[in-house]
Ligand binder design. Sequence first.
Ligand code: AMP
Ligand code: MG
Length: 341
Amino acid sequence: MKTIYWHVTEDDEQQIEAIREAAQLLIEGHTVAFPTETVYGLGADATNEHAVRKIFQAKGRPQDNPLIAHVATKKQLVDIVDNYKPYVDKLIDVFSPGPITYILPSNDTCAINVTAGLDTVGVRIPDHPVALQLLQEANVPVAAPSANLSGKPSPTTAKHVWDDLNGKIAGIVDGGLTGVGVESTVVDCTQDIPVILRPGGISQEELEQVVGPVNVDPALKDKQSKPKAPGMKYKHYTPEVPLLLIDGPIEKLNEIVAQAQQEGHRVAVLIKNDDIDKIQVDQYYPLGTSLQDIAKHLYDALRSFKREDTDIIICQTVPETGIGQAIMNRLKKAAHKIISP
Ligand code: AMP
Ligand code: MG
């Protein structure tokens, strides 16, 4: 299959035409990758089971892992769900459009392979001008998991999508680097108290400021429990080069780096900008300074080292506050090994 590639920039005519073409492909039952504020999504008409099947095929995604339906407005969200708890309106008013997915009772508008046969559906309104225009133009709910091969780090640039899916999907809308960099927070809103099933772009603290106490799926802390989001049980975000995660100070990281170098390994370090002067390596990826910067650059960093030049990536843990919860969730899943104090 030839994959069409559109480059769009903020305001020009070309963007409008490209989005029209991309929306047309979606309506006709094809798959199109597009930017959102979290990561690139691989979209298909969520009401069309046959179209949705193409997402699973292109990604190699396990069938029992449900997809998130993306919509442009609250009205479109309400159209695909059944009655929900009153606190959901508060969450939508404050956080949508934004990096949050609501698990709500499904009214079966979405195809059975979107929900993986569950009686709930995950819905989100992305906060990205290209995504919103595309969804408005298509005027159907669009099922869109991350636009990567299953198991690999999620894509935050159109090039990442191209590397994984060129030839397997109908089109890619290139809207530049995504903003947040990690996926949406998935919140189960079917209980009296909301439950975070996957940490993401909106933190537990932010949610609690709006609706009071919020629970966290025990499976996020304890590996014995079965996760409520089916996708959380799969191996995820695995870079090509093994990742070693160090829970300790920069001195500990330096010790491990030196040891690996002595053993003849070609080492790359993912490092905060403030710490660049403190490490001695040929290859490193500057992650920025804040937790927001780290979230934004994490997947590109994990994808940027190749087996030809690098044997091991080494990275320090981050504090699990705010978006740090999502970063650590991804780092732990991506890591080949974690060294604790
Ligand atoms: P992604 O592959 O990044 O789109 O991830 C979507 C996440 O949301 C996966 O972990 C899914 O298992 C989860 N998810 C989607 N729909 C539901 C649902 N109805 N109930 C529980 N988890 C869901
Ligand atoms: Mg994904």
